[in-house]
Design a protein around this ligand. Structure first.
Ligand code: FCB
Length: 449
C-alpha cells in the first residue's frame, strides 16, 4: 500500500482539538469552558486530578508545532476553536464582545499553516462550551441555537477566507450522550430529556449555522464530524441482538445523519427516540436539512451488542472485546475491518458524496527511551486501518482525506492525560515534543516511501 494509491489530491493530516492541547486557559481574557469547571470538580485520572489548564501549551508553542507538522509532511490539519477564547460574555451570558487577542491567535495559527503549505480544517465546536452558557442550560436550552449561530458568524467573519474548510460540530452524539445523558463528560448532566433536547438542538444549530456560513461565503466547504462506531449484533442470527444493535445504530449514528438528508429521525420501533418530537417546533423539519460538502467520520473500533431487557432504552449492552483480541490503552478493540464497514455504510446514503476520515488512531503506553519513542503497535494499527480504508475506496467509496488522531499526546477528556494518542510524544512537565516512530513512519508513507 502506498499513499498515492489513495489518489494524488488525497488529504493527509493530523487532528487535534482546542481543549485537549491549547492550555493557556485564562490567558488574555479567555473565559472558562465547561471542561475547565468539570475537570476541577472531578478526580480525572485518579489522584493526578488532570486538568486542561496547561495541556500541551499549544497556544504558546504553536509555531513550533506547525514546524513539526511541516517536517512530517502533512498537507492538512484539523483543529478546533475554543469558543470561550474568542468571545467574552457578560456575567449572565446574554451579550458578548469579541476577544480580539483570542481571535488573533487563530488568525496567526491559520496564517502560519498556510505559509507552510498546510490546509486548515477548522472544527467550530469540539465540546468546550463556555461555562457561562452552561449556566443558562447549555445545549438543553433552545437559546443555544441563536447563541451558536452568533459565535459561528463571528469566527467565520474573522477567519475566512484564510480558512475555507469547516466542520461545524465534532461528534454530537458523544457530547450530548456523555455530557447531558449519562453525566460522564462535562457538564455532567443526566437524563433522557436532557439527552433528547440537546441532541435536537445540536442538530438544528449545526444545520442552521452551516447554512449561514454557506450564505455568507459560498466558496467555503462545510462538513461535520460524526463518531461512527461499527455496531454489530453479538449473534448475527439472534433477533434480540439484531434489534438492540439497530437501536444503538439509530441513536449513535443515524440520528446525526438522516435528519440532514431530509429523512427525519430514525424513530421507527424505538420509543425513546420518538420522544424527540416533543422538542420540535414549526419549521424544524426544514431547518435541520443541510447538504454537507463532506462528511467526516471519526472511527476507532467496533461495538458488539447483546440484547438485555433491563438495560434502559436501547435494551442491549455493549460487550467487552472478545478475549484474545488486541486492545488499545482505552480498552478498544483493534478491528480494522470496522473502518471498511462504516465507510461502506456511510456511502450507502445517496446524499453522501464526499467522506473524510476526520479521526482515527490508537492510544498506547509509550515510553521514551533515549530521545526516541518506539511504538510499533501503533504503526501496525495505522497500516491495518489504512488498508481497510483503501479497500473501501477501491470499491467506490468517495473517500478524500485522512486525519490521524492525534498530532500530540493530549488531554483525553474524562481519562485525563493517561491515554497517549499522539504520533508526537509530549513530556507534560517540560512540554518537550518527540516525534514517535509512528510519526516518522507517517512522514515516509506520505512521501511515498
Ligand atoms: C473522539 C474525540 C476526540 C478524542 C478521540 C480519542 O471521540 O472526538 O476528541 O478524544 O475520541
Amino acid at each position: 500500500m502506498k499513499a498515492t494509491d489513495f489518489g494524488k489530491d488525497f488529504l493527509w493530516g493530523f487532528a487535534t482539538s482546542a481543549a485537549q492541547i491549547e492550555g493557556a486557559w485564562d490567558q488574555d481574557g479567555r473565559q472558562p469552558s465547561i471542561w475547565d469547571t468539570f475537570a476541577r470538580k472531578k478526580k480525572l485520572n485518579g489522584k493526578h486530578r488532570d486538568h486542561p489548564s496547561i495541556a500541551c501549551d499549544h497556544v504558546n508553542r504553536y509555531q513550533d508545532d506547525v514546524r513539526i507538522m511541516h517536517d512530517l509532511g502533512v498537507n492538512s490539519y484539523r483543529y478546533s476553536i475554543s469558543w470561550s477564547r474568542v468571545l467574552e460574555y457578560d456575567s449572565r451570558g446574554f451579550s458578548f464582545k469579541i476577544n480580539q487577542s483570542g481571535m488573533d491567535f487563530y488568525r496567526k495559527l491559520s496564517d502560519e499553516l498556510q505559509k507552510k503549505g498546510i490546509r486548515p480544517f477548522v472544527t467550530l465546536y469540539h465540546w468546550d462550551l463556555p461555562q457561562i452558557l452552561q449556566e443558562r442550560g447549555g445545549w438543553t436550552n433552545r437559546d443555544i441555537i441563536p447563541l451558536f449561530r452568533e459565535y459561528v458568524s463571528a469566527v467565520t467573519d474573522h477567519l475566512s477566507p484564510t480558512v475555507k474548510d469547516w466542520m461545524v460540530l465534532n461528534e454530537p452524539i458523544m457530547f450530548t450522550l456523555l455530557g447531558y445523558g449519562i453525566g460522564m463528560h462535562a457538564p455532567g448532566k443526566k437524563g433522557v430529556k436532557n439527552l433528547l433536547k440537546s441532541m435536537h438542538h445540536a442538530n438544528l444549530a449545526q444545520a442552521m449555522a452551516a447554512a449561514d456560513i454557506k450564505k455568507k461565503s459560498p466558496q467555503s466547504r462545510i462538513g461535520t464530524s460524526n463518531a461512527i462506531i461499527d455496531i454489530q449484533p453479538f449473534r448475527e442470527d439472534h433477533k434480540g441482538d439484531i434489534l438492540s444493535a439497530d437501536r444503538y445504530r439509530a441513536l449513535f449514528s443515524r440520528a446525526f445523519v438522516e435528519p440532514y438528508l431530509g429523512m427525519g429521525y430514525p424513530t421507527e420501533k424505538f420509543p425513546m427516540l420518538q420522544k424527540i418530537e416533543k422538542y420540535f417546533r414549526e419549521g424544524d423539519d426544514w431547518n435541520i436539512q443541510f447538504h454537507f460538502d463532506f462528511w467526516g467520520v471519526n472511527h476507532y473500533s467496533r461495538n458488539r451488542i447483546k440484547t438485555n431487557r433491563w438495560f434502559p432504552y436501547v435494551k442491549g449492552r455493549i460487550l467487552t472485546p472478545p478475549s484474545g483480541t488486541e486492545t488499545t490503552q482505552m480498552g478498544w478493540e483493534v478491528y480494522p475491518e470496522g473502518l471498511y464497514n462504516i465507510l461502506k455504510w456511510m456511502s450507502s446514503y445517496r446524499g453522501v458524496k464526499n467522506i473524510m476520515i476526520t479521526e482515527n488512531g490508537a492510544a498506547m503506553e509509550d515510553v521514551p527511551e533515549e530521545g526516541r519513542v518506539h511504538d510499533p503497535r501503533r504503526i501496525e494499527y495505522y497500516k491495518a486501518y489504512l488498508s481497510s480504508a483503501l479497500k473501501a475506496k477501491k470499491e467506490g467509496v468517495p473517500l478524500t482525506g485522512y486525519f490521524s488522531w492525534s498530532f500530540l499526546d493530549n488531554f483525553e477528556w474524562a481519562e485525563g492525560y493517561r491515554p497517549r494518542f499522539g504520533m508526537v510524544h509530549v513530556d507534560y512537565p517540560s512540554g518537550e515534543r518527540i516525534p514517535k516512530d509512528s510519526a516518522l513512519w507517517y512522514r515516509d508513507f506520505i512521501a511515498g516511501k
